[in-house]
Structures are given as C-alpha cells and as structure tokens.
Design a protein around this ligand. Structure first.
Ligand code: ADE
Length: 425
C-alpha cells in the first residue's frame, strides 16, 4: 500500500502493478470508441475546468477510461471503489502512476476501509459526484449537509442507486439534482442486459469451472439484469427457472420460455442460483434447508444482501474455501451449499465486470451527464433527471458509426405521413 503522509494522494495495493494495468487499460480502449470521441472533445473544450469531481465506481479498465476522459476535460477528479471486492489493483496502480489520478481502492478491502475511502472522497469537497449504488450521496446527506452547497449535482449508474435516490426524494432529502444515467436506453438495454448477462456467467465459470449445460439455473429477478442472465445461461444449455414478484415481468419470463415459480418451489430444484433483484434476503434460511447437496448460490445485484449469508453461516457446521471465490458451507444434514464471491457481485468479484463494449455506452452517458450538470448549473430542480433523449440517441448513433453500421432514413413522404393524422384506412 502506498500513500503520502500529509495530504494523502492515493491508497492502492501496489504501484508496481501499473505496467500490467496500462496494458489492460489500452486493450479495453479498443472497444470504447464512443468514450474516446468524447474524451477528445473534452480535451479541447475543457468543460470541467475548475470542477472537483469524485467517481465512486468499480475500479476497472473501463472506469479507467472514464476517469481519464474526465481529467482530460479539466476535472480535478479522484476515484474510489464502489465495492470492496471489485477493484482491479493493476488498474488502480496505473491510474495513480501513469495518469496522476488519485485512487483509493484495494481489492478485498474491509468494510471500514471502504467507508473510510468514501470519507476521503468527500474530503475532496466535490462539485460533481458520480455514484454507483448511492453510498457516497447517502453519506453526504447523512453526515456532510454543510458540503451540499458545493455540489452542482450527482449522477447514478445503477438500478439499486436509483431506488435509493427515489427514497431520498420521497423523504425530502434530495436537495440537489441527480441524473439517472441508468434510465438512458443506451445504458440499461445494453449494460444491464448484455453486460450483466455475459459477465455474470463469466464470473460463475471463472469461480467454479462447472459445465452449465444441463444444469438447472434459478435466476431471481427478471429486470434487465435478470433477462440478460437468463438469456445467456440458456445459451450455455442450462434449464432456467425465474422467480419474480412483479406479475408483468413474470408473464414476460413465461413468454420468453422460462418456468416461473416462487423461490420456495425453486430451491430444491436448482443447481445454481443467481440473484439479481436489488432486494435483501431473496435466498434465506428456509431455502438453504431444502437445496440439493452442493447447490451453488451467487449474486449479481449491486449489494451483498440478496443472499442471507448470516443465516447460512448460523446453520453451518464448517465453512471451507474450496477454490478462489468459492466457499462450501456444510450443513448439519451433511449436505453443503456453495457460495460464490462471498455473495458480492460475482461478475466483478470473480471476473472483470461488464465487457468494455457496453461500458463504452454506459460511461459515455456518465461523461455527458456530468457535462449536462455543469452546463445547466443552477438551472436544474432538485431531484431526479433523465439523460436528455438527444444525448441518448447521439450515443447510439456514435456507437453504430463506430461499428460501421448505417441507418435508414425517412423519405419526405414518410415524414409527412408520420406528422399527419388525417391519413387513415
Ligand atoms: N459495472 C459492471 N461492470 C463494470 C465494469 N466493467 N466497469 C465498471 N463498472 C462496472
């Protein structure tokens, strides 16, 4: 761990990892052409000159490109981890050593260190906060009301964070603008669905190396992340069961060809359980009791609360580390339950998170949301704001352009038709 003593400039695992981080960051950049274009423009226009910014994100190769773009735009930016297990230590080292970006993040940091880093970030007196799960914003509101005057606004990446921001708004404590990046079509259609879908299965496979063909995979939650996870698990030959509490999403899962049932019925059937609901204790004591011997459970929702690990630990007679990110809990019945990634985001704990090609769009949204906040400083009402539709469409257009794919366009006759109400049967 390296740090200066007076005004601490970073806290990362090992600066000597920087060259590996640099190589991996450069590789990720090949798949991030949209953010690259934004970065090139930021470099010229410096929209963040004089702005203090903190980003609380998973410290990955993709986040590196976001941080570099913000710094190119003139931001005085620092980066902290949004999860104790998701940091890529080589990336953190490279951002400090090669890009001069202060990073406070170490893979495997304990909860106290994680919260201390949130405080360190807030000591930066941010004008803009990029949040992923809303821990920084929640801390600001609860502990640092006096700093809200410094704030232009915040942006939020995840469904979980948006649920928390809505609760803050309902309770009257969201007294500044917050941009709902998750709401952009170019974010949740791709990141939540294709990103979570691929990276979750990648995490399960890296942690266990099990064959998924022929297994029964129970996916808890059929939001965008659940849809992607179920789709990709089916693609690997698994039989899928979906659990849901929302009737419309449940019908969608049925019509997508999946079995839908309550967790109590799914628990004895599953070989692998993946939670992506955003809610707590989706898998709990009574479910562990009836699982098959060796059933595996993991989570790809933002927080590690979806699986009631305390209940499992309370029942277990022995807990054994059987592989990296894989722990076996022996129950008094003699059966075992295998927990992957300590119940934290399996895609970031055991794999590398969403692939760069989808994070390109997510982080293009983040970068442009920050610019939107700065451009509209003092003009936006407190509360949640969507990314403007034209920004969302522009990101899609740039992505298509980078992929070499062209769109059709309307003929004058078609434009007239779509604008008229008189032409009918
Ligand atoms: N969230 C999910 N995947 C991610 C990634 N690769 N980088 C940053 N945040 C993420």
């Amino acid at each position: 761990m390296t740090a200066t003593t007076t005004k601490q400039k970073h806290e990362v695992k090992d600066l000597s990892l920087a060259p590996i981080g640099k190589q991996r960051i450069e590789w990720a950049g090949r798949e991030m052409p949209v953010l690259k274009q934004i970065r090139d423009r930021f470099e010229k226009e410096k929209p963040f000159a004089g702005i203090r910014l903190i980003a609380c994100c998973h410290v990955t190769t993709e986040t590196a490109h976001l941080a570099i773009a913000l710094k190119a735009g003139g931001a005085d930016a620092i980066l902290i981890a949004s999860n104790p297990l998701s940091t890529q230590d080589d990336v953190a080292a490279c951002l400090v050593a090669d890009y001069g970006i202060p990073v406070f993040a170490i893979k495997g940091e304990d909860n106290d260190t994680y919260h201390r880093h949130v405080q360190t970030a807030l000591d930066h007196r941010p004008n803009i906060i990029i949040d992923d799960g809303s821990d920084v914003v929640a801390t600001l509101i609860q502990e640092r009301q006096h700093q809200i005057a410094d704030l232009i606004g915040t942006t939020e990446e995840t469904t979980t964070g948006i649920v928390r921001l809505r609760a803050m708004h309902r309770d009257g404590v969201l007294t500044f603008p917050a941009v709902n990046v998750n709401d952009a079509d170019t974010k949740h259609f791709f990141d939540n669905r294709y990103g979570t879908g691929q990276s979750t299965l990648d995490g399960v496979i890296r942690a266990t190396n099990v064959l998924l063909a022929g297994k029964t995979v129970v996916v808890a939650g059929y939001g965008w992340c659940g849809k992607g996870t179920a789709m990709r698990a089916r693609g690997l030959g698994a039989n899928i069961i979906v659990t849901e509490i929302d009737p419309t999403k449940a019908i969608e899962a049925v019509m997508d060809g999946f079995r839908v049932m309550p967790m109590a019925e799914a628990a004895p059937l599953g070989d692998l359980f993946i939670t992506v609901t955003g809610n707590k204790h989706v898998i709990r004591g009574e479910h562990f009791d009836v699982m098959k011997d060796g059933a595996m459970v993991c989570n790809s929702g933002h927080f590690d609360i979806e699986i009631d690990l305390k209940a499992l630990a309370g029942k277990a007679t022995e807990v054994k580390q059987v592989r990296n990110f894989t722990q076996e809990y022996r129950l008094p019945s003699g059966k075992s339950v295998v927990v992957l990634g300590e119940g934290r985001l399996i895609n970031l704990a055991a794999a590398e998170g969403h692939p760069s090609a989808v994070m390109d769009m997510s982080f293009a949204n983040q970068a442009l949301a920050c610019e939107y906040l700065v451009t509209n400083k003092g003009k936006l009402e407190p509360g949640l704001h969507s990314i403007p539709v034209d920004v969302d469409k522009e990101i899609a257009r740039l992505k298509l352009q980078a992929m070499g794919i062209s769109l059709d366009s309307l003929t004058p006759d078609q434009i007239e038709y779509t604008n008229s109400w008189t032409a009918g049967t």
